[in-house]
Ligand binder design. Structure first.
Ligand code: A2P
Length: 343
């Protein structure tokens, strides 16, 4: 395969930085790398495979064509620019919320619904799901395939990195301010200050009391799992963790499901690390995750009052599994299936 022209929009952000690192260590052959950020970062140089590449603004790309363009600079930039990149032949892998529920745009988690990339999408755009959705559907897949699910109820515990580099900064500065008693923590990136706090509000809160993050989790899970009627309800919570989202997931099946069978299915699922309640690794925690590309599942237990109910604790690196790695796995899928413009 010939080397590729790749653009990364949002290259200096939390996800963009992970993307560059992961592509650098992947087998993806790169001919040219175009790194795009806001005018604040224009002129910066970023090292990639031994060469320094300059950061530029997106307006300077209007005459360039790419094989793959990764967008991770927010919905407004994606809405305006992703179709233009797609029209010029790029496969756009968009990490924003802009196109995820568009019926012409595949929403892909390669471990779950790789088949939906079977042909090149009409508009050249593939959507990368929301971080909390990706780890959830990867853990649900083997169970949903084996057993009928009546409903799912979950709570998320989402890290500051979901709010980008500025989110991480706000948490760290706020925590230092509280510890040193020098200043009250600020809250620009989050609805209230996150340091030493827990915020049951991720994304816009709408009139019906549901947040955007909760709505995304429901709609995207249904689309990816191909279960439009799936009953799923969530409370999404921001917690003062730097990176790594956790989820407490309660699944109510239509019939009783033997616990050992559920464990066996999860243990066999590629990319899932199962934690056995009996060992010293009884459960995963976001700060101590070792394999950043896996989804970590522990505390699997039956509801003692209802044999149809099962709990699990699902943790993943939201910047990798929940964003950059999933995007790269989509790109690798497209390369393998020869779905890029000139292949
Ligand atoms: P910059 O670093 O110059 O602000 P995060 O999610 O970590 O906040 O990162 C957001 C990414 O989107 C950053 O790389 C940021 O660049 C980039 N970005 C923000 N505004 C624009 C814009 N108008 N055009 C291109 N990239 C942008």
């Amino acid at each position: 395969m010939s080397a590729l022209k790749i653009a990364i929009i949002g290259a200096t952000g939390a996800v963009g930085t992970e993307l560059i690192k992961l592509i650098e260590h992947s087998q993806i052959p790169v001919l040219r790398l175009r790194l795009i950020a806001s005018s604040r970062s224009a002129g910066r140089q970023i090292k990639f495979r031994g060469t320094s590449w300059p950061v530029d603004v997106i307006e300077n790309t209007s005459d360039a064509a790419f094989d793959i363009a990764f967008f991770s600079a927010g919905g407004a930039i994606s809405l305006k620019w992703a179709p233009r990149f797609g029209a010029k032949g790029a496969l756009v892998i968009d990490n924003s919320n802009a196109f995820r529920m568009n019926s012409e745009v595949p929403l892909i988690v390669p471990q779950v619904n790789a088949n939906t990339l079977a042909s090149r999408p009409n508009r050249g755009i593939v959507a990368n799901p929301n971080c909390s959705t990706i780890q959830l559907v990867r853990a649900l897949r083997p169970l949903a395939q084996a057993f009928a699910i009546r409903q799912i109820v979950l709570t998320t515990y989402q890290a500051a990195s979901g709010g980008g580099l500025r989110g991480i900064d706000e948490l760290l500065t706020g925590a230092r301010g509280v510890l040193d008693r020098t200043c009250e923590p600020t809250s620009e990136r989050f609805p209230v200050s996150l340091a030493f706090n827990v915020i049951p509000h991720v994304g816009e809160l709408s009139g019906d009391g549901v947040t955007l993050e909760e709505r995304k989790l429901v709609q995207e899970s249904r689309k990816i799992l191909g279960m439009p009627e799936l009953k799923l309800t969530a409370t999404c919570v921001r917690v003062p963790v730097i990176n790594g989202h956790s989820e407490a997931v309660y699944i109510e099946f239509s019939d009783c499901v033997p616990l050992n069978k559920a464990r066996e299915l999860l243990a066999r699922e590629p990319g899932i690390q199962l934690y056995d309640g009996a060992s010293c690794r009884a459960y995963p925690t976001p700060r101590l995750l070792e394999n950043a590309g896996d989804v970590h599942v522990g505390r699997i237990r039956a509801n003692p009052d209802d044999g149809r109910g099962l709990w699990m604790w699902v943790v993943a690196n939201n910047l990798q599994v929940g964003a950059a790695l999933n995007a790269i796995q989509i790109a690798e899928l497209a390369i393998t299936n020869r779905l890029l413009g000139e292949q």
